[in-house]
Ligand binder design. Structure first.
Ligand code: SF4
Ligand code: SF4
Length: 166
């Protein structure tokens, strides 16, 4: 599925998802990087050494979720937009997810938007909590959005328009 559509299968996601126990302890990075390409800014961005040194530049990133504190430095440095932060402790009902976002215009804080799944389909309502727009050319803006906890593993993007055709 991944090779044909660019959308990871459930089994691909299971392999990179932190344990439920780790997810329930606070913010942590989820790295959905599945292709062996010559790239390692995630490793160089991580000052906690949570992402292990690459033996070969084409290696897939290897993250220690115990060492990761969800700081999100790697999120804005990844050219493949492959990393998100998941915080299941945000509130009783909601998770906070931080996603890289390259489209313009950027949403504004407190905007109500649609949470889109990995295929771009709207699946839930989402609220924009924070917009980080680094000035540096090699950093991608990061949106912090709140979604109901049951959608935290499903939402990977936001939509501000007519994604479901209605
Ligand atoms: S979120 Fe921070 S600590 Fe975690 S892997 Fe990324 S840079 Fe490292
Ligand atoms: S920076 Fe992104 S695309 Fe590059 S290896 Fe790391 S996770 Fe994969």
């Amino acid at each position: 599925m991944l090779e044909k559509t660019g959308v990871p299968a459930a089994s691909d996601l299971e392999n990179v998802m932190p344990s439920e126990e780790r997810l329930n302890r606070g913010p942590v990075a989820v790295i959905e990087c599945f292709q062996n390409i010559p790239c390692n800014p995630c490793y160089t961005a991580c000052s906690r050494n949570a992402i292990k040194e690459f033996e070969d530049i084409n290696d897939l990133p290897n993250i220690d979720h115990e060492a990761c504190n969800g700081c999100s430095l790697c999120v804005s440095k990844c050219p493949g937009l492959a990393i998100m932060i998941m915080d299941m402790t945000y509130s009783e009902q909601e998770a906070l997810i931080k996603i890289p976002y390259e489209f313009l215009p950027l949403p504004k804080e407190n905007d109500l938007v649609k949470g889109l799944d990995r295929e771009g389909k709207p699946v839930c309502e989402a609220k924009v909590i924070k917009v980080m727009n680094p000035k540096s050319f090699d950093k991608t803006p990061i949106l912090s959005i709140a979604v109901k906890k049951e959608f935290a593993k499903i939402v990977r993007n936001i939509g501000m328009g007519d994604e479901d055709g209605r």
